[in-house]
Design a protein around this ligand. Structure first.
Ligand code: F6P
Length: 324
């Protein structure tokens, strides 16, 4: 009987630790007697047939590298039945029996559709800096990004304090405030603005003023990215309504997605990568592997992609209490 062949791809926004996951899937699969076919450029590469056989050597020296050696893409074609049918042709042509998809919400949504269309054994591994996946404590990449933001805010704090300024620091997270609220705690910020909660500018100004009265000479407010209500928006409003504050904005941008993964992300990626291969061995279908309350779990795709409010009022209150 022919050895099972596992296809492997990364898709959507890259996240630090994706390479560690690629390494883990490849090596765990090969040591279980499977073949591994790496697919470049995510679902787009699957449609185009950008496929290469991987050996254990193919993943040497990548555990410490940020980004993804498989490259990645956001693929509109894969959202269509026609696109997925083309991908299926390539999947069969390459002799693949199962597919491991590493990525965030969009990646898992794509995997669900592909599995539904063709009855393929698809396994997801949650990797996104946003941490917005249901059914797992944390996603690969989140911890590294949190540390990157913290280091940046520590630096911004130096200049903010020297000039006695209020800084609005914008962080990524798409629709989830997890990065903003956690980095606010980690960096001792005065407030966090998250998309899940409405923020009252007067209340924000009160926090800042209270800090200044207590002889704090600067303030940092972490703001989740948003097309209409990002850091610029809040800075403009505060500037207008409270002209006594010297306000600046710092948008951290894509540097948040780069860098060598933290130990925690490398370990999470290694555990989840080998767990994904276990799931294939067990004949699991259409699930994401995750760690929930410290225990490895299988999460159906439909549940993993459910939009959920991971923002935590306790965390937001803690930011306010500890900045007093
Ligand atoms: O999903 C990860 C993420 O970095 C989000 O935080 C951000 O909104 C988005 O990707 C940016 O995507 P792109 O790099 O395609 O502009």
């Amino acid at each position: 009987m022919k050895n099972k062949t596992i296809g492997l791809l990364t898709s959507g926004g890259d996240a630090p630790g994706m390479n560690a996951a690629i390494r883990a899937v490849t090596r765990a699969a090969i040591s279980s007697g499977y073949n591994v076919k790496a697919i470049y450029h995510g679902y787009q590469g699957l449609i185009n047939g950008e496929i290469e056989e991987f050996t254990t050597e193919s993943v040497s020296g990548i555990i410490a590298r940020g980004g993804t050696i498989l490259k990645t893409a956001r693929c509109d074609d894969f959202r269509t039945e026609k696109g997925r049918a083309k991908a299926y042709e390539q999947f069969k042509k390459a002799g693949m029996d199962a597919l491991v998809c590493i990525g965030g919400n969009g990646t898992l949504t794509g995997a669900l559709a592909f599995a539904d269309d063709f009855g393929i054994q698809c396994i997801g591994i949650p990797a996104t800096i946003d941490n917005d996946i249901n059914g797992t404590d944390e996603t690969i990449g989140y911890d590294t990004t949190l540390n990157t933001i913290m280091e940046c805010v520590d630096k911004i704090r130096d200049t903010a304090a020297s000039h006695e300024r209020i800084f609005f620091v914008e962080v990524m997270g798409r629709d989830a405030g997890w990065l903003a609220q956690s980095s606010a705690i980690a960096s001792g910020a005065e407030a966090a603005i998250v998309p899940e909660k409405t923020t009252n500018v007067d209340q924000l100004a009160q926090y800042i003023e209270k800090g200044i009265r207590k002889s704090k000479n600067s303030s940092i407010v972490i703001v989740s990215e948003s097309p209409e209500c990002g850091a610029m928006h809040y800075a403009e409003r505060v500037k207008k309504e409270y002209p006594q504050f010297d306000v600046r904005v710092s948008i951290l941008g894509h540097m948040q997605r780069g860098g060598s993964p933290s130990a925690r992300d490398r370990i999470l990626a290694s555990v989840l990568g080998s767990f994904a291969v276990e799931a294939i061995k067990e004949g699991q279908h259409n699930i994401m592997v995750g760690i929930l309350n410290g225990t490895p779990v299988y999460v159906p795709f439909a549940k993993a992609i459910q939009v959920q409010d991971k923002s935590d009022q306790t965390f937001l209150n803690l930011v306010a209490t500890l900045s007093n």
